[in-house]
Write a new protein. Sequence first.
Lengths: 588, 182
Amino acid sequence: MSKLFTGAEIVFKCLEDQKVEYIFGYPGGAVLPIYDELKNFHSIKHILVRHEQGAGHAAEGYARSSGKPGVVLVTSGPGATNAVTALTDAYMDSIPLVCISGQVPTHLIGTDAFQECDTTGITRPCTKHNWLVKDIKDLQNIMHKAFEVATTGRPGPVLVDIPKDIQFQKIKYENFESKKKLNGKKHKKFSQIEIDNLINLMSKSKRPIFYTGGGVINSGPKASDLLRELVAATGFPITSTLQGLGCFPGYDNQFLGMLGMHGTYEANNAMHDCDLMINIGARFDDRITGKLDEFSPNSKKVHIDIDPSSINKNVKVDLPIVGDVKEVILSTIKTLNKKKPNFSKSNKQNISKWWGKIEQWRKKNSLNYINSDSSIKPQYAVQRLYELTKEKDTYITTEVGQHQMWAAQHYKFDKPNRWMTSGGLGTMGYGLPAAVGVQVAHPDKLVIDIAGEASVLMTMQEMSTAVQYNLPIKIFILNNEYMGMVRQWQELLHDKNYSESYTAALPDFVKLAEAYGCVGIRATTPDELDEKINQMLNTNRPVIFDCLVDKQENCFPMIPSGKPHNQMILGPEDEKENKITGKGKTLV
Amino acid sequence: MANPKSAYSVSSKKEKSDTHIIVVWVDNEAGVLARVVGLFSGRGYNIESLAVAEVDAKKSISRITIVTTGTPQVIDQIKLQLKKLVPVHKVADFKRNDKGVIFKEMALFKVVGNNAKIKKAINACKKYDAVILDKTKKSNVIQITALRREIDKMAKNLRKFGLVSVSRTGAVAMTRGDKVFN
């Protein structure tokens, strides 16, 4: 007779078979049998967080930076509800997570037992799928299916809820064959005709643009390589969403910078005026499109996406191509090389006027700001951080707010999976635990969380996790004592009524760092900034860097309330210019 | 809103809504109805009526019939979002005025009154395949199968004949002829 395993053992055997190396979790009553087995499975290391939300974000950072699914283990009730924010975040940004939660024993379900909650009910709208394991016979299949659902198609979070009695019950474990496909959701493959149509549109276009997003990252590093090849082979300009940063080098001349609400002048104007928009793995989010009715009014739109429900959801497109970004780009390059060899040269004349226009927009230098000798401008801080770390293979995470946008604008990425930020959900407190997860995945790399002081306090407790596992993450706080983005909106839209956006009592972050057992550094003037940043980089321990920045600085450029792409507010310099010239608006 | 004080765009275009019947084949497992219905409520889609029952006990497949209204874009999204759900096998979509499809709803009417009134009630129901399910001296339970608007009309008309209670199902649908939706 073959050996019988408990449900808890089955969980680990499945994790082993799925080649899981790290799980992020927090123990509790309903998962004790699983925690009891941890000692018997040496290939799996558990990272003990300080809050289940931290476990979720850490797993997200791990997944986003490594391309592997992140695994979370939490207990029933509050353990599961605390993980909900991270699950929703992963759902919005298409990050593969497998969350295993304990549940009260099956005979107590529905009795309002201690630490009971309807976990599958609560997480139904924030997961791709979830399961309540009611029978030990189903456990193994569900576990493997969970990994399959999380990682195939458009990736996302899943949850497996395992009652405590199931964790104790015994059953055989069937050897897992990773080839075995378990009724995964399949979509029809895109056709060559669609690719031909795309090539046709590309060769006719006089004002083309690539608009790329997180789907390129999710398709794997190969997709980014192919994208670079395609962009070079066409000579077209390219812009990227927040999530897509890194799939194309940020310093390349064909790259127009990020688009959207805080995107560059040239990227947004090019999106508005183009005659061909090729969306690769992006989803026409409202922060990108601005006013929908006036979004890129004169363009043919192509949308390449793995998720059919993304097509025509917000913006009607002319040519949808449903498929994995990597495969679609590969087909496109192959067809292009066959049908139009030397396309970028032969087509150069066709789009030279367009490039001329783009160069005009570029001259606006929309990311510019007025620097200061006395106070550190947040943009300057990010620029210096970039200059001092660009030679290293640096991983950047962020929290949410002004600092996030400044990081996206001024830190230039040249590789995928180096940029972890909460885009869809906009979760303050994402960056610090995400940095923990990134550092776990890449122990020898430099990992920096560009943070705001308000965001970082939401999950500050995870510094303790970083210290416990010797994860030398760097928390680079742009400290302006305000919830900066809230303050900015209040200034621009609510008559400067700064309602509750100032934090009147903040901890001393240097002392806080010391209390956690890590290193605290403070920079107060621009002169000392470089030296202090270098000091941070030379510290092989977790660091909290308190960078005191200008408190009034706003994040520009910006597309204001319900406006289309070509009506941006540029920086304060532009405002001044406009005042001097009166009515004569100098906008191109 | 002239000045919405918001970075969200203001919706301005109003497209025409149509009524559609969406048929979904799903694994008959715990929570599957909640997934389908939750998708509708979570994304702000509308459910006019709902009918659900297992249709294949061996494969454990249930058939959910949902009547909904929406713009073409919304109907498209409903179908695509439904197809993404793991327990969903296939999704069919019919326009309410599609001549190739039969739609039926069932209703039970309880009529209380004297013989003459009940007789009138039964007469009124005749053209909708009326079946008398229960009969006493003072009351009748009448079953009819018809379209939604016909049942609406009957429910109104029967009031004067002593209608005291109405119970009705959601619509179910099936294509005409030998075609089967795949």
